[in-house]
Design a binder for this molecule. Structure first.
Ligand SMILES: [Fe+2]
Length: 386
């Protein structure tokens, strides 16, 4: 970190936190003149009471809404185009993206192309997209898991089936007009998803803090996120109806999501490509990969690990302590040890490594990794893991 350098920092959008705050969505829509919102979620969430309740609330308030839920766990490009069609067919004038990572990513990606004719893939994070574009629909994001942390930005991970790759899509002029953090929405989350999404948030905070970039605001929120997640992840795993801990996890997840404005690292670079190829759950994939990437990065993050350890565990610790504690936590959360155990094949390591090397998250990993090194890393996580 060199404080003689200069840096540009932006911070995100209004955040409304608290139990039952989802009841304020209709009023929020009206304040922003959204009269025909399109509610977007993933297929798996479409039948949940929290979605039905939201639709009911909007209808009672006189807002003409439709639900679009044709979104996979790893959202696909053709689904985003279908969503754009639904947006236009229903003459909508705003989007409410609700769900875990896939539901929100679906809604956010649809918002990027809803009002313009640009190709979806032109919004790739690394692509110099048309920065003049401003014609985006107003967007409200409502997370129903404590993991993705994707509610304060327009960034959306979408799989390009033709290329078998996930791309991070966004536009600097598209920001959610608000994020609503309502912990009561996360109470019913199943135990395995609670663990997997919680570890995703943890990995966001760790990887963001380890990015070698001067971004003190992001570093500060990353450490606070680690503190909240460290205190509460095991609590919500053991006691899913603990509203206070659910709330702390939701805030921790949101802060971790803000922190990764700095970037992420190799855990996500590899996980994105594994998820695109094998349709594995994102947080679970990250959880399996994390220990091996920590080892790979050890010498490049040792100066940061003591602060990460202290934030997460409220006591000092070096790399060895942190690695052990991480493995213990993953064991307690019943995370499998290898990629093999979660259904990944052993015949595409090189292909996955080539793609992971191109992922935006690989460029901010604290240690530069060659394709061969990433391939070896994937092989290790496949067969040995932690
Ligand atoms: Fe993630």
């Amino acid at each position: 970190m060199d404080f003689k350098n200069s840096a540009d920092w932006t911070f995100p959008v209004p955040i409304y936190y608290g139990p039952s705050r989802v009841d304020e969505v209709s009023a929020l829509c009206k304040r922003h003149e959204i009269t025909r919102p399109l509610v977007v979620t993933d297929r798996g969430s479409s039948e949940l009471d929290i979605i039905k309740n939201l639709i009911g609330q909007l209808n009672i308030s006189g807002l003409k809404c439709d639900l679009f839920s044709d979104i996979s766990p790893n959202p696909l490009g053709n689904e985003i185009y279908k969503g754009k069609f639904a947006y236009r067919a229903g003459q909508h004038n705003g989007i409410i993206a609700i769900g875990g990572g896939s539901g929100m990513d679906g809604g956010k990606a649809i918002s990027l192309i809803a009002n313009n004719e640009d190709d979806l893939w032109k919004f790739d994070y690394n692509f110099d997209s048309n920065t003049e574009l401003k014609n985006f629909p107003p967007l409200i994001c409502i997370p129903t898991t404590s993991g993705t942390g994707a509610e304060t930005e327009s960034t959306a991970m979408v799989t390009n089936s033709d290329l078998g790759m996930k791309f991070c899509l966004w536009h600097p002029n598209q920001k959610p007009l608000a994020a609503i953090l309502d912990p009561s929405l996360t109470i019913g989350l199943p135990r395995n998803l609670t663990a997997w999404t919680g570890v995703d948030a943890l990995v966001h905070a760790i990887e963001a803090y380890c990015v070698n970039d001067l971004h003190s605001p992001a570093d500060g929120v990353a450490l606070e996120a680690l503190s909240l997640i460290g205190d509460n992840l095991k609590v919500v795993y053991e006691r899913p109806d603990n509203l206070s801990s659910r709330g702390a996890m939701l805030v921790g997840s949101c802060l971790a999501g803000i922190a990764f404005l700095k970037g992420l690292g190799l855990v996500h670079a590899i996980s994105h490509m594994v998820g695109a190829e094998y349709d594995t759950q994102h947080g679970l994939t990250n959880a399996v990969i994390l220990p091996s990437v920590l080892q790979f990065n050890e010498k490049h993050i040792s100066n940061k690990i003591n602060r990460i350890h202290f934030s997460q565990y409220s006591k000092p610790g070096d790399f060895v302590d942190f690695y052990k504690a991480t493995c213990n936590l993953l064991d307690e959360l019943e995370i499998p040890k290898t990629l093999k155990e979660i259904g990944v094949g052993d015949d595409r390591f090189h292909e996955l490594a080539v793609k992971a090397r191109k992922d935006a998250a690989a460029f901010t990993n604290p240690r530069d990794a060659s394709i061969e090194e990433i391939e070896n890393l994937i092989g290790k996580v496949y067969s040995v893991g932690r």
